[in-house]
Design a binder for this molecule. Structure first.
Ligand code: GMT
Length: 376
């Protein structure tokens, strides 16, 4: 198949999934065309059947705002015609689903459009009245819509008020990128002693990630156990969170490591991953950490409950509940048998439900159904 993919290429889980799926499909022999503003950052070596088409927006004095959406749609239409694409796979509802529909009309071709919803495109932007109708238009005008969890499918129908069927297809990790292994070398390079436990959180430091609860949880763990908290990422909450660590007296034990494109090594030195968000459609960072062997504690928000099986492959706590989170963390970090048991169950569950081949098979089978016209 010849597939055009549009995503936000340089940030966030949606761009990562779009890119990793493109790589998987290319490895299976499909022709993949990324139509994006930049080369997706997870593409690090040339792959023969991946072509990248860059969208460049010109600025003219008459424009108050450069028209990215129109330029993107025009570029997609060009690629549809030049490469005779079969399918467009648009990641993120706005503007991408809408641009896909516009590009299809411009191209004059009967190309099929799949839109994958990732989370904030619905749970945040879906409440914005300046965008809601565009999101609904993009969803209802796509041939097939997928979401990264069952929870997001349900939320979409409620928030956007649509009866459009939405197919949940979980996120995945390409296994070779996140080997299950332990590596303490980096730990000493970061000045962390061997006996200290390492807790990690990776995000874009938005308020929904509730990093305040993570620092509170860590403070309670640290009071009982020598430990360090690694915070990877950057975003609007960063300065406030540095202040929070100071005010709780743990600033020497919280390492703010900034944005890192390659996170696998950090997971390899970690013992516990925390994702305590108040909104989270899936939590790809959890899956990446879990595949690396790190046992998770997550909040009961959105799709996190679908990723972690409570008391079996990790623990789930209420949003904002740092007491329970720290109690579970201390159980895990002081009872090696419990840790090993959960780690074994977690790795088996990842193979059973989130394997890269399994998820790619699901996307591929829906592409085929769209082309055969029996996807409704
Ligand atoms: O987490 C973010 O704010 C980034 C966002 C994105 O658009 O890339 O992530 C969303 O998509 C990921 C990939 O499907 C999911 O794993 C994240 O859970 C989801 N984020 C939220 O729902 C907040």
């Amino acid at each position: 198949m010849k597939i055009g993919i549009t995503c936000y290429p340089s940030m966030g889980g949606s761009g990562i999934i779009a890119t990793e799926l493109g790589i998987m499909l290319a490895e299976r022999g499909h022709d993949i065309h990324f139509i994006t503003s930049n080369i997706p950052f997870r593409i690090r070596k040339p792959l023969p059947n991946i072509t990248f088409h860059q969208v460049e927006v010109n600025q003219y004095a008459v424009f108050q705002y450069a028209p990215y959406d129109i330029t993107l749609s025009t570029k997609i239409a060009e690629v549809i015609n030049e490469y005779d694409l079969d399918i467009l796979h648009m990641h993120y509802a706005v503007p991408h689903a809408v641009c896909g529909i516009l590009a299809k009309q411009m191209s004059g071709k009967d190309i099929k459009i799949m839109t994958t919803l990732h989370g904030t495109d619905i749970t945040v932007l879906g409440y914005d009245h300046t965008l809601k109708n565009a999101i609904k238009f993009g969803i209802e005008g796509s041939d097939l819509v997928t979401s990264v969890s069952q929870s997001l499918a349900k939320q979409t129908q409620d928030i956007i008020n649509t009866n459009k069927p939405i197919v949940p297809i979980y996120n995945f990790v390409r296994e070779q990128e996140f080997p299950t292994k332990r590596d303490n070398q980096l730990k000493s390079a970061y000045g962390i002693a061997d006996h200290e436990k390492v807790i990690i959180h990776v995000s874009n430091f938005r308020a929904v990630k509730r990093i305040d609860t993570i620092i509170e949880t860590f403070t309670k763990i640290h009071a009982q156990l020598p430990s360090k908290l690694l915070l990877l990422g950057d975003g609007p909450e960063l300065m406030d969170m540095k202040q929070k660590a100071k005010s709780l007296g743990v600033e020497d034990h919280v390492l703010f490591l900034g944005k890192q494109d390659w996170v696998s090594e950090f997971y390899q030195m970690s013992d516990l991953v925390l994702l305590l968000s108040e909104k989270e459609s899936f939590g790809l960072t959890l899956l990446e950490a879990m595949k690396s062997g790190v046992v998770p504690i997550g909040s009961n928000a959105g799709g996190i409950k679908e990723v972690i099986k409570h008391d079996e492959t990790g623990f789930i706590v209420d949003v904002g509940d740092s007491d329970t989170a720290s109690e579970y963390a201390l159980q895990l970090l002081t009872d090696q048998n419990l840790y090993n048991k959960m780690q074994t169950a977690m790795l088996a569950d990842i193979d059973a439900r989130f394997a890269s081949n399994l998820i790619t098979d699901q996307y591929e089978s829906y592409y085929k159904k769209m082309l055969e016209g029996n996807h409704e």
